[in-house]
Design a protein around this ligand. Structure first.
Ligand SMILES: [Zn+2]
Length: 353
């Protein structure tokens, strides 16, 4: 049995001195999240993975950050509930500010833009329709403050630099240890976030990428994404219209807004996501390991994993050409009967394990 370490970008708020590493929000207040541009946090992460690689007989390291930049966060472009308050978006710490200046981004203009965006989001959530509609008003803001997009990309590039630094650290310590990333489920919902997951770019410092494609909970989560973004940017669309638009943008063919929380997304979603990810890394040496949903919790009335749903999802991933899968999220929440669906799929496919 191989052992691959899994680490995530989440830390308790009561650790000694954690405040020094935390991000700063739009108003300069400490956030719960840590800043990847803070040298102390970067050094901590690199020290941690170096220790794992040098001190233990491990077979791989996977790190994950289920976060996005201030633009997407302000709009509530995620399935997380409740979405982040638009006044608490990050990061505006001294390190991010100085990095922005180096890139020629005006910190003051960015801050003004996010304050305007905060007003837009608050009044949209209150149902106060701008004269020209929500979508047009957002574009008016973005055109006036292109710093909104620049700040988002600053955050994304900083995360990529963190990936690259972890990769280099591990490879220097022990070149044979594979290094890769967990890509957040929002990759299936928010097109802005997907645009930031440029697989060709990521392949430069990725031996493998676990692309989350949890199909059962994906139905509930897609509907939650529609609720969130349908309260801001797309408030002028009906929920069914929004879902149809999103399927077209993201390349899916799934059930209606009212149905998907109760049915989940289909195995065809796993097939399409696997194909897309494989095409995304074409010509590189990066492996794609689809993350398969086995009993990820959903609301009591919503769909649950079954041996058949797990089997269908695993088979879809392999039929699309995946070289392997990651049964997710964790063994402790999986029912053995449902897990057996994965075994059945593998035996039928005759995949070498
Ligand atoms: Zn920062």
């Amino acid at each position: 049995m191989k052992v691959i370490c899994w680490l995530e970008d989440v830390f308790r708020g009561d650790l000694p001195n954690i405040g020094k590493l935390q991000e700063r929000d739009l108003y300069g207040r400490n956030a719960d999240t840590l800043c990847v541009n803070n040298p102390d946090y970067r050094n901590f992460l690199n020290g941690l993975v170096e220790d794992y690689a040098r001190s233990y007989d491990i077979d791989g390291i996977m790190w994950g950050s289920e976060r996005q930049g201030a633009l997407s966060d302000s709009l509530g472009a995620t399935h997380d509930t409740p979405p982040i308050d638009p006044g608490k978006v990050t990061c505006f710490c001294e390190f991010c500010q100085s990095k922005a200046k180096d890139r020629g981004i005006s910190v003051e203009r960015a801050r003004q833009g996010f304050l305007e965006l905060e007003k837009f989001v608050r009044s949209a959530r209150g149902g106060k329709r701008p004269v020209d509609g929500y979508y047009v008003q957002f574009w008016r803001l973005l055109l006036r403050y292109p710093e909104l997009a620049a700040w988002e990309m600053l955050w994304t590039d900083s995360l990529r630099e963190t990936y690259a630094a972890i990769y280099k650290t591990v490879k220097t310590a022990k070149p044979t240890v594979p290094v890769g990333w967990h890509i957040w489920h929002n990759n299936s919902f928010n097109p802005i976030y997907r645009a930031e997951q440029d697989l060709q770019e990521l392949s430069k410092y990725s031996d493998f990428i676990k692309v989350v494609m949890y199909n059962n909970c994906g139905g509930e989560r897609m509907a939650l994404y529609a609720d969130n973004i349908g309260s801001t940017l797309y408030r002028d669309l009906s929920k069914p219209g929004l879902i149809d638009l999103n399927y077209a943008l993201m390349g899916f063919r799934e059930g209606g807004y009212d149905q998907i929380p109760h049915t989940g997304l289909s195995a065809d979603y796993v097939y399409r996501e696997t194909k897309r990810a494989l095409e995304g890394v074409a010509g590189t040496r990066t492996l794609i390991w689809p993350g398969i949903d086995v009993d990820i919790p959903t609301e009591p009335k919503n769909s649950k994993s079954s041996p058949q749903s797990v089997k269908d999802a695993v088979q879809a991933a392999f039929h699309a050409g995946a070289p392997g899968v990651i049964l997710s999220r964790k063994y402790s929440e999986m029912r053995l009967a449902n897990l057996s669906g994965a075994g059945e799929a593998i035996r039928e496919l005759k995949v070498p394990v």
